[in-house]
Write a new protein. Structure first.
Length: 197
C-alpha cells in the first residue's frame, strides 16, 4: 500500500514521532491513521517506561492564578534537559497540570506520598462501612483496598482523572508527554493556595 507524504506529515504532527517511525506505523496499519496513532503511542509509552529511571534535573516552576484571584498554584515539573524545558509542549503541560491542581485540589503527588497513618485510618473507615453494610468479615480487607483506589483518585494528583478529559489520568497525561518529547518527566511537588484556608 502506498503511503502519501502528507499522511506521514499529519501523523508526525499528531504524535511528535520521527518521519520514519510514522511511515512504518502507517504501513503496518495499512494506512489507518487512528490505528497508527495508537501503535505509536503504545511504542512511545513502552519507551517512556524505560526512561522513568533517568534523572530529571532540569525543568521549570509554573505558576497559575485563577481568574478570581482566590486560588493560586505553584508547580515544579522536571525533565532531563533545559532544551525540552523550553519547548512549547513542556510549557503547555506545566500550564495544564497547574490548572488541574487549581480545579481538583489534590493533596499529594502520588499514592507513595500519602502518610501511612492516614492510609490506615481510611482503610479502617472503609472496613467499618463494609461491616455495617453487612459484608462478610473475610471480605473487609479486599473491599477496603478497592475503596482505597478511589481514595487515591480523590487526593493524589497522578491518579486523578484530568479535568479536561475524564478518560485520562494526570499520570497518563505525563506519560504521553514523556513518549512525545523523549525524556523522563517528574512532577516533583506543588502547592495550592486558597484565600481563607
Amino acid at each position: 500500500m502506498a503511503i502519501s507524504a502528507s499522511d506521514v506529515k499529519d501523523l508526525r504532527e499528531r504524535t511528535g514521532c520521527g518521519m520514519m517511525d510514522c511511515k512504518k506505523a502507517l504501513v503496518e496499519c495499512e494506512g489507518n491513521m487512528e490505528k497508527a496513532v495508537d501503535l505509536l503511542r503504545e511504542k512511545g509509552l513502552a519507551k517512556a517506561a524505560k526512561k522513568a529511571d533517568r534523572a530529571a534535573k532540569e525543568g521549570r516552576v509554573f505558576s497559575y492564578i485563577h481568574t478570581t484571584g482566590k486560588i493560586g498554584v505553584l508547580l515544579e515539573l522536571d525533565c532531563e534537559t533545559d532544551f525540552v524545558a523550553k519547548t512549547d509542549e513542556f510549557q503547555l503541560l506545566g500550564h495544564e497540570i497547574s490548572m488541574h491542581i487549581a480545579a481538583a485540589a489534590p493533596l499529594y503527588v502520588s499514592p507513595d506520598d500519602v502518610p501511612a497513618d492516614e492510609l490506615e485510618r481510611e482503610k479502617e473507615v472503609y472496613r467499618q462501612q463494609a461491616l455495617q453494610d453487612g459484608k462478610p468479615e473475610s471480605m473487609l480487607d479486599k473491599i477496603a483496598e478497592g475503596r482505597v483506589r478511589k481514595f487515591y483518585e480523590t487526593i493524589c494528583l497522578l491518579e486523578q482523572p484530568w479535568v479536561k478529559d475524564g478518560d485520562k489520568k494526570i499520570g497518563d497525561l505525563l506519560m504521553d508527554a514523556v513518549a512525545k518529547l523523549g525524556e523522563n518527566m517528574v512532577i516533583r511537588r506543588f502547592a495550592r493556595f486558597t484565600i481563607g484556608e
